[in-house]
Design a protein around this ligand. Structure first.
Ligand code: FES
Length: 85
């Protein structure tokens, strides 16, 4: 079952070229999750997505219904923190 929040990280070309994969790898390592997996507390599920229409603001992600662009390690961490409990 999916977690209470779903974080979709874009793995399409524009985001890849802007370091999206490295960013996603770092987050996956930090959370101990692979794609499609959910944290043990059921808080967050990590899903890949292939373009969110935010290519000009790559790398991009979507937490539940909210879009985020120009992510770096710190802002992605903030996005994850927004998933709260
Ligand atoms: S390639 Fe990532 S938003 Fe389009």
């Amino acid at each position: 079952p999916a977690g209470r929040h779903v974080l979709k990280i874009c793995r399409a070309e524009a985001c890849q070229s802007m370091g999206g994969e490295t960013l996603a790898d770092g987050l996956r390592a930090a959370l101990g999750l692979d794609w499609h997996e959910t944290t043990a507390d059921g808080r967050l599920t990590l899903e890949p997505v292939y373009c969110l229409g935010l290519c000009s603001c790559a790398p991009a992600a979507m937490l539940d219904d909210a879009l985020y662009g120009r992510l770096d390690e710190a802002t992605l961490r903030d996005v994850v923190a927004e998933a709260g409990q």
